[in-house]
Design a protein around this ligand. Structure first.
Ligand code: ADP
Length: 478
């Protein structure tokens, strides 16, 4: 068996592990997806923002220089100094020249160490975020105008194509750290949620497994099943419970049948034994009358064995129906023909109603039901009596009534006549009586068709057996 192989055992995981791992996996995939998306979007926006900020800063520097020149109409290196240092603090290296190209202020001359240090720091910032980043020092030139006349040039140098300053980088790194913490906590909670959910599922399942194992070991007592709000587990519990009830029923049926069969066999066997022993011991002479009585007991045993065969075929839940549509009135007419001679010989009148009514059922089994009822009516009706068979129709069912003017059934026998091997005291003593199986089989066949059988009887006056059958069988309940 596959379960027994090392591989199968190795790959088997508990529900708790499986659920927890799945939860963690889903969580990690979600957090990783969100992080990736956030970083991509953020980066796009950030690049744009950084480029826009740089362009704005450049414009501000040019505007400050223009304003400064307009105020004094000459270049004053000390006030340019302020603008230059300010720019330097923002990561921009500026050089200002007058209209003839003479240098007025140069950041690299002002603080060469700081400039190269700044460029190196920016390169380091970018490399920390993008290891393969290829940035370099870039410059842009702008004209300073006074009344539409060029009065100077400002060259703004920066680390290009763009750069992240310390604040930008800190923002991105903090965001990623937050996402990492979210992933960690989400994984922890999903592990917890997985374990809790798995426990909620696995503990009732484990108890159902226990109950099923007890059933397998033969303990069919109903178990104390767990309460759960999970639909599928409730269905499982219901199924296992039904299984134990069905097995219990089958077990009782088996025990009952064994006891009944033993009981039924005991009497003819004891009679045979005592008769034969008496003849062997010479107490009774071995004459034909004695042998005939032994032969009758043997015949009774033979009938019993045949009836047991019928019972096995019809009783129980595994009776198969071979459904077809047929005319029930026609079937009754057919029965009448088959029984005609027997009724004639016994001197019992048989009246049947001829009506054409269609039904969907197993024809052979319904024939068996009619044979049982007509046979009983004939058996228990003395010569000169009458047996009537009538057929009637309701909305979705048909009813057949077999009434006789026979010996009837005593009120104390009536509740038991459908039980296996039950015979009224009168018929028990008769040589013609059956084993008490015919009505059991009749009831089983009708129940299998979702129909019913009912009896009304009065001792000494006669009996009426009424069977009701649905016109159609519902395939879902088959
Ligand atoms: P059996 O083979 O003994 O007839 P059944 O199961 O057919 O077994 O019937 C059970 C018992 O019901 C019979 O033994 C008999 O006592 C009683 N019974 C059945 N049908 C009739 C009837 N039409 N009239 C009187 N008694 C009947």
């Amino acid at each position: 068996m596959e379960l027994g192989t090392g591989l199968a055992v190795k790959t088997m995981q508990s529900l708790r592990t499986k659920l927890s791992l799945s939860y963690v996996m889903v969580t990690l995939i979600c957090v990783a997806g969100i992080s990736l998306l956030a970083n991509l979007l953020l980066e796009q926006q950030f690049r744009k923002y950084v480029k826009d900020t740089m362009a704005r800063q450049n414009q501000e520097i040019v505007a400050s220089l223009t304003m400064h020149f307009n105020e004094t109409n000459t270049w004053n290196s000390s006030s340019i100094n302020d603008i230059g240092i300010n720019a330097l603090e923002r990561g921009l290296i500026i050089r200002v020249a007058d209209s003839q190209g003479r240098m007025i202020w140069d950041a690299t001359l002002h603080n060469s160490g700081m400039c190269s240090q700044m460029i190196a720091h920016m390169a380091q910032n970018m490399a920390s975020r993008y290891p393969n980043w290829k940035g370099r020092y870039e410059e842009r030139k702008y004209s300073v105008l006074n009344n539409f006349r060029k009065v100077g040039t400002v060259t703004i140098g920066y680390y290009g194509p763009f750069y992240f300053n310390d604040y930008d980088l800190a923002f991105i790194n903090t965001l990623n750290r937050i996402l990492l913490a979210v992933a960690f906590f989400a994984s922890f909670f999903s592990l917890l949620a997985g374990a809790v959910t798995a426990k909620r599922i696995s503990s009732p399942v484990a108890r159902v497994i226990d109950a099923a194992q007890r059933i397998a070991a033969g303990n069919l007592q109903s178990s104390d099943y767990p309460k759960t709000d999970i639909k599928e587990i409730n269905q499982l519990i219901h199924t296992v419970d039904n299984l134990s009830v069905t097995l219990q029923k089958q077990e009782n049926l088996r025990k009952q049948l064994t006891a009944d069969v033993a009981h039924e066999l005991r009497t003819p066997l004891a009679t045979l034994q005592s008769h034969l022993e008496a003849m062997i011991d010479g107490i009774w002479p071995c004459e034909p009358a004695r042998l005939k009585s032994c032969h009758e007991e043997l015949l009774r045993l033979n009938r019993l064995v045949k009836d047991l065969g019928r019972l096995a075929r019809y009783e129980g839940n595994n009776m198969m129906l071979h459904l077809s549509r047929f005319d029930l009135g026609e079937l009754i007419a057919q029965m009448r023909l088959n029984f005609e001679t027997e009724f004639l010989i016994k001197g019992v009148a048989l009246n049947t109603e001829t009506r054409s009514l269609e039904i969907e059922a197993d024809k052979d089994k319904i024939s068996q039901v009619l044979i049982n009822l007509i046979d009983n009516a004939l058996k228990y009706t003395p010569s000169g009596g009458t047996v009537d068979i009538t057929l009637s129709e309701a909305d979705d069912s048909l009813t057949v009534a077999v009434s006789d003017t026979g010996c009837g059934i005593a009120a104390n026998d009536l509740p038991y006549i459908f039980e296996r091997f039950y015979r009224s005291e009168k018929s028990r003593n008769r040589a013609t009586g059956g084993a008490g199986i015919g009505l059991t089989v009749t009831k089983a066949i009708l129940e299998r068709h979702h129909g019913a059988v009912d009896v009304r009887s009065q001792a000494g006056k006669g009996s009426v057996f009424t069977i009701t059958l649905p016109k159609n069988q519902n395939p879902e309940t088959e």
